[in-house]
Ligand binder design. Structure first.
Ligand SMILES: [Zn+2]
Length: 65
């Protein structure tokens, strides 16, 4: 699905860049459709997150030693 600014409606699209609306010929905004696939954080985000949690946990343990 892609957004057409000319018709203010969602239209079926293949998701190709520069694709045009079949109704009015306006260039389709496929940015929204592409963004949907990228809502999940990448695997290395969790790697850094776990490493940061482990580091902060260790600093707290070290403080009480
Ligand atoms: Zn249109």
């Amino acid at each position: 699905m892609a957004w057409c600014d000319g018709c203010d409606v969602f239209v079926e699209a293949k998701g190709e860049r520069g694709e045009q609306c079949p109704t009015c010929g306006t260039k389709l905004d496929i940015a929204d459709a592409a963004f949907e696939d990228d809502t999940k954080p990448p695997w290395h985000f969790w790697l850094i997150f776990v490493a940061l949690c482990g580091y902060l946990f260790w600093r707290v343990i070290e403080f009480f030693l």
